[in-house]
Ligand binder design. Structure first.
Ligand SMILES: [Zn+2]
Ligand SMILES: [Zn+2]
Length: 982
């Protein structure tokens, strides 16, 4: 089957389907893992995707990269089981179901019924599972999809509960009233790492607002980028240590920080009247702009706070403790009231009469209009800043004071940083940069979500005495519950129905009505996938920490963070040793791909048109793994043409001849040391390549590894070795020369099939299957990765070949300068070089001569001597890296005739091909050409007839035939007509 495939043109989709069938039938993946059982482990942890949407190019990229590394370590003898996982909870799932059902608010969901809603969520989590499995198989990613871990599984949830109880016992799980990032559409608080997923740069109004001092004819000038929060203003904050000024400007007295004066009023004709220390302004009262409710505590005075910045604004900050973390904190210090006039839906409530029911951000322009009309607006500017949006539904987030459950991660900052020190990051700058920065400022993890589809928070509170318990297992739940059912689903609403008996007062305990952040679920994968500690304790120990994880850059503050946080909380150890962070996948224009813009190619199109191997090779070789990569079809096509086809054709060339000659490596193999120079050279290059590939893969420098392979295949193997070796294979009998070449090609391709196996597993397999003999393992993926063999490396020979190739290249350039093509032989070339160089390349002289197409090569010690030898007017020369090449540029009639006849042969061959003639078909040839051309052809008539199987060559005024073509060869015009002869 496969031998036949290699007689055809390269058709990856067709080939790959055959290989997939072969892998499946023979269970090659399973065998490749089992074969290494008992060896040292290479532990991989799969970051679980959500299967409620189709996989996109980013997923394809991560799967390719993971696969390359895992196959590499497997072939290096490591026991590398790979288990798939699915992330199934949380907002990503809920929002899709809401859309489907046309539900817009949480009330809608409640009305629809939580049980039914969650049932729909459960169904939807695997809606695209088949598409995912299909893609995973098609791309060649070997991972066990039959036995995945799933975060909605009762056992998984139980492990998560166990971990939360551990954290509770350490006193690190608590309920607090805090200002948290909040999505008004989803109606839930979000965690800092969720917020980090959704920053966008937007333009918003920023306004300068005047607050009139009480009983004085002056104003505090404050600045804000969230006009809607002015409704809840209760104070103004100044920096106690900074200097403030009162100025007179256009007839008004304004107070602001002195350091901001230049920025805001330069050249505007103001006059400074007075100076104060910020501290002196403390407790000064002002008149409120909005007074929709009467605060329950003293409000509207100046407070001091260190967070007031002199970098922007006026140095006076408006304070609304209901909507800002810092506002809330300073509010606690000064016992400020909290004026909350915004509902959980992000809209003003009925007390804000003019704008009631309006989403706060939409009310901004109206509020600004009001300020302008009432004279409180000093001026307005546009402000470009980073603002967080909900990572799932794209609604602008609000900061909102509310009750939430937190994990006190901020107390573990030191531990997080210490554990991070034991992780190898690729690329390394992320460790102390993007990731380290986030750890240094780690906030308490807002864990609870006021949602439905997720791991329920296992906290029960006694309604009578307030006793609070964190439940850590199903057993524990059972023991405290009087209505525990036969079978339990640990989701809402079932867990909510469980009423526990308070161990203190026998009162009723009810569950806190929250689910948890789904990032906590996936961050627990390293133990929860084993149902640890309830089962598989050994298995967990053997797999912790993971040796390798790999996801896209956007997981830095996502899964990479949640894993480290959970692992630090529970075990105070890093959960992974090496992490490979992949660049983002962009579209052809370099734009970020987005679901809404649909600006990406469906990977399936590429699988069907170009195939998986070319896509893999493109993704691997285009950029370092951590750099962004453009994903588009033409790029894959180009890779296919540039590399894959060259590899295929080279291999096909070898296979065709080897089969024709019945070459059997076991019978005809020639020992490397007895092979020809060219053979030993390519073997030596191959050994270096092995070393280079290994070194780079171990540093995840996959691009460097693949580029090295590509250079070897295209430049060394195809364009030099095979081209130089063709003639040897045309000899009829199996000479030593020929066997030496076959042995070499066999070694090269057998090694390449293994070397390439992690990168392009399909073509490698096909190559291997085509050359393997019965006694060899059934798949290349069951073999060991090649190791560099120092004894086969011949540095002197490599150097000599380098010099020879340089001389050949010099010849090519020189011929371009004098306008004589390589097809025309020259009589003489003189290489001017030192004795050492001469000695080095002496063995390769025959090769250089052929490549230069000269009749004679001589060496000379000096340029002058070389020129004298050829004669003043007849030489042409060129220099490169200390070597001179001098040639006799005279094209004698003899030399011209030889070259010209070759040109004629080449053209007649092309015409034969165009007429689809077979090798045996004879032809008749008519040629119209000038005297010079005719003379040349006459000299080589026998040669031309033989090469082109022309029975007869005639010269006419006007050449006729079944096919007639006109050419200009050099300055000679030729018309050739051929017809199929009898
Ligand atoms: Zn949202
Ligand atoms: Zn109680």
């Amino acid at each position: 089957m496969l031998n036949e495939l290699f007689q055809q043109d390269y058709n990856p989709p067709k080939l790959e389907k055959e290989i997939l069938k072969f892998w499946e039938e023979k269970e090659i993946f399973k065998k490749s893992v089992e074969k290494r059982k008992g060896n040292e482990r290479f532990v991989f942890l799969e970051g679980p995707p959500t299967a409620n949407g189709s996989p996109h190019p980013g997923h394809v990229l991560t799967r390719i990269m993971k696969d390359v590394i895992l196959r590499y370590y497997t072939m290096n003898g490591f026991y590398t089981p790979r288990r798939a996982g699915w992330d199934t909870h949380g907002l990503p799932v809920e929002i899709e179901v809401e859309k489907e059902l046309g539900l817009r608010t949480k009330q809608d969901i409640e009305k629809y019924g939580v049980e039914k809603f969650n049932e729909r969520c459960r169904e939807s989590t695997f809606r695209y599972e088949n598409e995912w499995i299909e893609m995973t198989k098609r791309i060649g990613f070997w991972i066990d999809m039959d036995n995945p871990y799933i975060t909605l599984d009762n056992r998984y949830i139980e492990s998560v509960w166990w971990s939360l109880k551990k954290i509770w016992e350490k006193g690190l799980l608590y309920k607090g009233h805090k200002v948290v990032p909040y999505c008004p559409r989803c109606g839930t608080a979000l965690s800092a790492h969720e917020v980090a997923q959704g920053y966008k740069t937007i333009k918003e109004p920023s306004i300068y607002v005047k607050f009139k001092l009480k009983e004085k004819d002056a104003f505090f000038l404050a600045w804000t980028t969230t006009p809607w929060t002015l409704i809840s203003n209760v104070a103004l904050a100044v920096h106690p240590e900074e200097s403030y000024v009162e100025i007179e400007y256009e007839g008004e007295k304004l107070i602001l920080a002195e350091k901001r004066l230049e920025n805001l009023f330069a050249g505007k004709g103001y006059k400074v009247i007075r100076r104060f220390k910020g501290r002196d302004l403390e407790y000064m009262e002002y008149e409120p702009i909005f007074k929709f409710v009467k605060p329950d505590k003293k409000a509207w005075y100046v407070v001091c706070a260190d967070f007031v910045t002199m970098e922007e604004g006026t140095g006076i900050v408006h304070i609304a403790p209901a909507f800002g973390e810092e506002d809330y904190e300073v509010g606690k210090v000064y016992d400020l009231p909290i004026v909350q006039l915004v509902g959980k839906d992000g809209k003003f409530d009925e007390r804000v009469k003019p704008w009631k029911g309006m989403f706060v951000k939409d009310a901004d322009p109206k509020i600004i209009d009001y300020l302008r009309e009432s004279g409180a607006l000093a001026w307005e500017e546009e402000y470009l800043h980073e603002y967080p949006f909900c990572w799932r539904c794209d609604t602008p987030l609000l900061y909102y004071a509310m009750d939430s459950w937190f994990i006190a991660v901020s107390k573990l900052r030191e531990n997080l940083l210490r554990n991070n020190e034991n992780i190898e990051w690729y690329p390394s700058h992320i460790k102390h940069g993007r990731f380290g920065d986030f750890l240094r400022e780690a906030k308490d993890w807002a864990l609870s979500r006021s949602r439905y589809w997720g791991t329920p928070l296992p906290i029960w509170i006694c309604q009578k005495c307030g006793e609070t318990m964190c439940i850590g297992s199903i057993e524990e739940l059972k023991s405290l519950s009087e209505n525990f059912p036969e079978k339990i689903d640990l989701h809402k609403p079932f867990v909510d129905n469980l009423i526990l008996k308070c161990p203190k007062c026998k009162g009723e305990m009810k569950r806190e009505d929250y689910v948890i952040d789904c990032w906590y679920d996936s961050g627990s994968a390293f133990f929860a996938q084993w149902h640890y500690p309830f089962e598989n304790v050994e298995e967990f120990k053997n797999n912790f920490p993971a040796d390798f994880i790999c996801e896209a850059l956007d997981q830095t503050r996502g899964w990479f963070y949640s894993l480290l946080a959970v692992s630090t909380l529970l075990f105070d150890k890093p959960p992974y040793r090496k992490v490979l962070t992949l660049g983002l996948v962009l579209d052809k224009q370099g734009q970020k791909m987005s679901k809404s813009k649909k600006n990406y190619v469906d990977p399936k199109v590429i699988f069907d048109n170009e195939g998986a191997d070319p896509l893999r090779w493109y993704m691997i070789s285009a950029n370092p793994p951590w750099a962004p990569i453009r994903f588009y079809e033409e790029a894959v096509k180009e890779t296919l043409r540039r590399f894959m086809l060259t590899l295929w054709n080279s291999f096909k060339f070898y296979l065709t001849y080897a089969q024709l000659d019945k070459f059997d490596p076991r019978k005809h193999s020639v020992d490397v040391k007895n092979r020809m120079h060219l053979d030993r050279w390519i073997i030596s290059k191959l050994q270096n390549l092995i070393g280079e590939v290994r070194e780079n893969v171990e540093k995840f420098e996959l691009q460097k590894a693949s580029r090295a392979i590509e250079e070897f295949v295209v430049k060394d193997l195809s364009n030099w070795y095979i081209r130089r070796s063709r003639k040897r294979l045309w000899i009829e009998e199996m000479t030593q020369e020929k066997a030496s070449c076959y042995s070499t090609l066999h070694d090269v391709f057998f090694t390449l099939s293994r070397l390439l196996a992690p990168f392009i597993p399909f073509m490698s397999e096909a190559m291997y299957l085509a050359i393997k003999t019965k006694d060899m393992p059934e798949s290349v993926h069951l073999l060991d990765y090649p190791k560099k063999e120092e004894r086969l490396i011949d540095k002197d020979l490599e150097r000599a070949m380098d010099i020879s190739r340089r001389i050949v290249e010099l010849g090519r350039v020189l011929r371009g300068k004098i306008g004589i093509k390589v097809r025309y032989p020259l009589s003489k070339a003189i290489i001017v070089c030192g004795n050492d160089t001469k000695r080095e390349i002496e063995n390769l002289l025959e090769l250089i001569k052929e490549e230069l197409n000269v009749k004679e090569i001589i060496f000379s010690g000096s340029r002058e001597e070389a020129m004298r030898t050829i004669g003043e007017n007849n030489y042409a020369e060129i220099e490169g890296e200390g070597i001179y090449l001098v040639v006799d540029k005279r094209l004698t009639p003899e030399l011209f005739a030889e070259g010209f006849s070759r040109e004629i042969v080449r053209r007649i061959q092309a015409m034969r091909k165009e007429m689809n003639l077979s090798i045996e078909d004879r032809i008749e040839t008519e040629i119209s050409v000038n005297e010079k051309g005719r003379e040349a052809i006459e000299r080589w008539k026998d040669y031309i007839s033989g090469e082109t199987r022309s029975k007869k060559i005639t010269f006419t005024e006007e050449a006729k035939g079944e096919l007639i073509k006109k050419w200009k060869i050099g300055d000679v015009e030729v018309t050739i007509g051929i017809r199929k002869g009898a």
